[in-house]
Design a protein around this ligand. Structure first.
Ligand code: MN
Ligand code: MN
Length: 454
């Protein structure tokens, strides 16, 4: 009877001591990674640092590539592609794991700085799907760059060091919140109310003395003037380091885990490879949260260019390589939340601690943006996951009519690459502080390894 029934179990009880130690070491590295990498640019910098430690070197077109070679390509500081060259012909296809390193946040508008009632603030425009009411009255950091006309790029990172100040968005006190509290949660905090408080001290100027003083500080610190905001990319993100959650420390809380919680295991699994049969490729894409658009998103031909360069160096053809490749679109899924079970269909919901969650159907079917892996591909994944002792589960994002979210999967499938979604189940996805289980991070690492070795 036991062979006939499909039954799943809580994963943590299955681990031996060695596996538990490996899981904890991976998760320590992961917490460090997401604490350092709050925006995609920082994720690229930190990933390159780790990759170089693991023997990867920057790829330049025309470089000779041999089996076992370890290369990376930095796409404009916002996306990263890495490969370990396989022993087989590149026409036998690549094994690809694709994740994204951008996350929901607040971007500064291009004319952000203003003074009102002798307080100085930044105007913001949200990036990705946020619940706006979650952002006021929490500590915030500022990260990004200011690109100057002379070609210099100034890096900004304020709030992540213990001695730094932080910023905040103010909210109404409950005593005066009667009208606000009567609104829906979508309307209670408007996009134009997400103004970040950055100062209150007047300088010597007559007019807008507080703003003038802030500009003076910015000029002394970064050498910038107000007009330079026009060519800046400055992001407001939560000021929390990643932390263990629970008396048993089995969970991890932190900002931007969608999708760095898949990016980091995908990287680490690639670093572990020595000389794979097929060429193993990891792509960390930008712009997933706003539709994978732009030169650093998964729609960009930069990925095809990188792959074509490898094909040329290995004497293969891109279209043949893609036709024989497989891709794990490594992105998070929604975990069954005991407080909100009504949005999930329990038989097909991802559960915390049940391992990496595979999704055959992604997105809202019947609308654009949906993807659907074939039964044959799912069977292939079952085979390689079971062979590599990956604990995994099959899931759907929520109840059929509740909506659904997209991933980069469809852009890989469009390239004629067999693609399936899989990743870590997340509680409070897209919130300033998201929660995952260490076990599921560990199993996503093993899943990536199984794909690279397939
Ligand atoms: Mn995602
Ligand atoms: Mn997302």
């Amino acid at each position: 009877m036991s062979n006939l029934l499909y039954q799943q179990k809580h994963g943590l009880t299955k681990l031996n001591d060695a596996e538990r130690a490996e899981m904890n070491a991976l998760c320590r590295g992961y917490c460090d990674f997401i604490t350092k990498a709050k925006i995609e640019r920082e994720a690229v910098v930190e990933s390159i640092r780790l990759a170089e430690e693991a023997g990867f070197r920057a790829y330049q077109r025309g470089m000779e590539l041999n089996p076992g070679d370890r290369i990376y390509y930095n796409n404009r500081g916002k996306g990263l592609m890495l490969a370990v060259i396989g022993t087989d012909s590149i026409d036998a296809g690549a094994t690809i794991v694709a994740a994204h390193i951008d996350a929901p946040r607040l971007d500064l508008k291009q004319n952000p700085l203003y003074e009102s009632e002798e307080l100085c603030l930044f105007k913001t425009h949200y990036y990705g799907g946020i619940k706006k009411y979650q952002w006021p009255a929490i500590p915030l950091e500022l990260h990004g760059v200011v690109a100057l006309k002379d070609g210099n790029v100034v890096t900004v990172s304020v709030g992540d060091k213990p001695e730094d100040p932080v910023f905040t968005i103010t909210d109404l006190l409950p005593h005066l919140g009667k009208d606000q509290m009567a609104k829906t949660m979508a309307e209670g905090v408007q996009g134009e109310a997400l103004n970040v408080l950055v100062g209150s001290q007047p300088g010597a100027e007559e007019k807008e003395a507080v703003k003038a003083n802030i500009l003076q500080i910015l000029n002394e610190t970064y050498g910038i003037v107000e007009e330079d905001f026009l060519s800046a990319e400055l992001c407001v993100v939560p000021a929390f380091p990643a932390r263990e959650i629970g008396f048993d420390r089995s969970l991890i809380g932190g900002y931007g885990q969608d999708d760095r919680v898949c990016s980091y295991p995908a990287l680490r699994a690639l670093f572990d490879l020595k000389s794979p049969r097929r060429t193993a490729v990891c792509i960390l894409a930008d712009k997933e949260e706003i539709g994978s658009e732009g030169v650093s998103g998964m729609k960009s031909r930069q990925f095809d260019t990188f792959m074509e360069d490898i094909c040329v160096a290995r004497g293969g053809t891109l279209r043949v390589c893609f036709e024989n490749s497989i891709c794990l679109s490594a992105d998070v899924s929604a975990a069954l939340d005991p407080t909100y079970p009504e949005v999930s269909e329990k038989r097909n919901a991802a559960r915390v601690n049940y391992g990496v969650a595979l999704c055959k159907y992604t997105g809202s079917r019947g609308k654009s943006g949906a993807s659907d892996a074939s039964a044959e591909l799912v069977a292939f994944m079952r085979k390689i996951f079971d062979a590599e002792k990956v604990t995994w589960q099959m899931c759907e994002l929520g109840k059929v009519d509740q909506g659904g979210g997209g991933t980069v999967a469809m852009y890989m499938a469009e390239r004629n690459i067999d693609t399936i979604d899989a990743g870590v189940p997340v509680l409070s996805m897209h919130a300033p502080f998201e929660t995952v289980a260490k076990f599921d991070v560990y199993m996503t690492y093993r899943a990536a390894k199984a794909v690279y070795n397939s």
